[in-house]
Design a protein around this ligand. Structure first.
Ligand code: ATP
Ligand code: MN
Length: 528
């Protein structure tokens, strides 16, 4: 029924085609797949999966991809014939079911824009696609011709024996057929990061554009800043800044003249969200926004953001224009300042430091952050993770490809690179505490307005990082992390142990990294 120009998809019962947001919300409520919160947002549960499943992500290996993809645990190969069989089985599964179709764009710069048709089983996943990607206007919709197809079918559970998957859920990208196939998981982040993975291939390889896992904003003087960081480090939080205009919160491209958003919306973490600390995000959670996996204050429709019973990863998905000072189109000039965000749960890295070019390259390739172990098991030991380019799970190409492009851009633009620790101070997780968001905001503001140009810097004894000794709005006592620890010997020991982790992680990349990058590594080894 209907002609969507989607291979074999003629047998569905009903196609809901580009429904208005209000109707998607109504359809969700009618199906009892969601409720309206007291602020008018639609709250839904994503089901079994409340986060991405990186072990179930595959890329079809064929003549196009075999020599270009960085094969390994991030990009697992999938056979092209098996893909066709699985695709056909999904079409069969959708027979006599209702589907929701959404036509969207990715890439705010017209030069790189791609058109995507997103097919979902549920109205609220369709709302997600509407909110997160770039919404075509009426005219553009009338002439819409899609290049990429995303099929999100959570109710289809793969049979690993027939379907050659690891388990019942999967995300498979086929660069030749231009299809992203998602099954078994209702987590919307699979749709979002599936498209990001596609752009992380197309932009650098086919367009010569650096694609980045970062947020971006612009100051009143037109100066662009970008914020790289792994999940939970503060990209969304710190880019939503009332004194600056938002370009985008998670995925961007950088060409010779601009930084442009890949998406058209934000996907904000909601854990412990308060109006006071994060007013822009809080106020965006209103009619038309989608909330995922949140709980309510008993007997009310007020969301309890502190409740993490379902997951720590509660999320809100809303169109970028819900942030009142977002720029439209989501494009800015080339960056003046680059922030690498790390949430160091060891409490070792300075809350702000200025990096040399070599240090910048080294930290970009390292992509360090720490994960705090699940609170439910009561574990106090933080786990360090290194994720190349601050986005390893989304990189279809070898990380050095992105690193080299960044290196060239740093040389060409003289952008300054800052390392920001949004994690622990006063000791590691369990002893210290997370750095006050207010202080992190002040440090970033000072870096941007030039206040840190005229202050003195001290050098970190283990990491060789330049730490300002003063910063307006921040108690100077916290700028050198060692000062915040009561046990200085414990600090030194932990710092050396963290530096060791950096050094062993870098071994994987050292043969590919140009000589000067190694100069960015923690210098303590040379002194020993
Ligand atoms: P993702 O890639 O998963 O979207 P993200 O980098 O966008 O992750 P945020 O959504 O910004 O991460 O999450 C940062 C979280 O940490 C927020 O919940 C924020 O309130 C909290 N936080 C606490 N202290 C700080 C701080 N000093 N700086 C930044 N964020 C902080
Ligand atoms: Mn984010």
């Amino acid at each position: 029924m209907g002609d969507l120009n989607i291979p074999l998809l003629q047998t569905v019962k009903k196609i809901h085609f580009n429904l208005p947001v209000t109707q998607l919300v109504e359809e969700s409520l009618e199906r009892r797949q969601g409720v309206l919160t007291s602020t008018g947002a639609l709250a839904c549960d994503t089901g079994e999966f409340m986060g991405r499943s990186p072990k179930d992500k595959y890329i079809v290996k064929d003549s196009k991809t075999q020599n270009t993809i960085w094969w390994g645990e991030v990009n697992q190969p999938f056979n092209s014939d098996d893909f066709q069989i699985l695709y056909d089985r999904i079409i069969e599964h959708l027979k006599y079911k209702e589907i929701f179709v959404r036509d969207v764009f990715a890439c705010a710069s017209p030069k790189y824009r791609i058109s995507i048709r997103v097919v979902t089983e549920s109205p609220w996943q369709n709302l997600f696609a509407n909110n997160l990607f770039i919404r075509p206007n009426k005219e553009e919709l009338a002439h819409f011709d899609y290049e990429w197809l995303v099929m999100s079918v959570p109710s289809f559970r793969a049979n690993p024996e027939i379907d050659k998957t690891r388990q019942h859920n999967f995300t498979i990208i086929d660069f030749t057929r231009k299809i992203i196939l998602i099954g078994g998981s209702g987590y919307t982040g699979e749709i979002k990061k599936g498209v990001f993975t596609v752009l992380n291939y197309i932009l650098p390889l086919e367009k010569g554009v650096l694609s980045m896992h970062c947020s971006a904003n612009i100051g009143k003087r037109g100066d662009t800043s970008i914020f790289f960081g792994l999940s939970g480090t503060g990209k969304t939080t710190l880019s939503a800044d009332s004194s600056r205009m938002l370009i985008g919160d998670d995925e961007h491209g950088w060409d010779d003249v601009s930084v442009f958003n890949i998406e058209g919306g934000c996907y904000a973490k909601c854990v412990d969200l308060t109006k006071e600390k994060e007013p822009q995000i809080f106020n965006s959670i209103r009619s038309g926004a989608l909330l995922e996996n949140v709980n309510f204050i008993s007997d009310t429709l007020d969301v309890d953001y502190s409740n993490t019973e379902k997951t720590e990863n509660t999320r809100a998905a809303y169109p970028i224009e819900y942030i009142d000072n977002a720029v439209n189109p989501s494009v800015g000039g080339i960056p003046k300042n680059i922030f690498f965000l790390t949430c160091d749960a060891f409490g070792i890295l300075p809350p702000i430091s200025l990096l040399t070019k070599e240090q910048a390259m080294y930290h970009f390739i390292s992509g360090y952050t720490a994960k705090v172990a699940g609170t439910e098991t009561g574990i106090t030991e933080p786990q360090s993770t290194f994720s190349a380019c601050f986005g390893k799970p989304f990189l279809p190409l070898h990380p050095m490809k992105y690193a080299q492009m960044l290196g060239e851009k740093l040389n060409a633009t003289k952008a300054r690179v800052w390392l920001i620790n949004t994690g622990w101070t006063g000791g590691p997780y369990g002893i210290g505490e997370r750095i006050n968001l207010k202080y992190t905001r002040s440090m970033i503001a000072s870096a941007l307005n030039g206040d840190l140009d005229s202050v003195e810097y001290a050098t970190h004894s283990v990491f060789g990082l330049k730490m300002p000794i003063q910063c307006p709005g921040v108690p100077s006592g916290i700028l050198d992390p060692k000062n915040t620890w009561s046990d200085k010997l414990a600090y030194d020991k932990q710092a050396i142990s963290l530096a060791d982790k950096f050094i062993s992680n870098f071994i994987d990349y050292s043969d590919l990294a140009a000589g000067d990058v190694v100069m960015g590594q923690p210098p303590f080894k040379e002194n020993n």
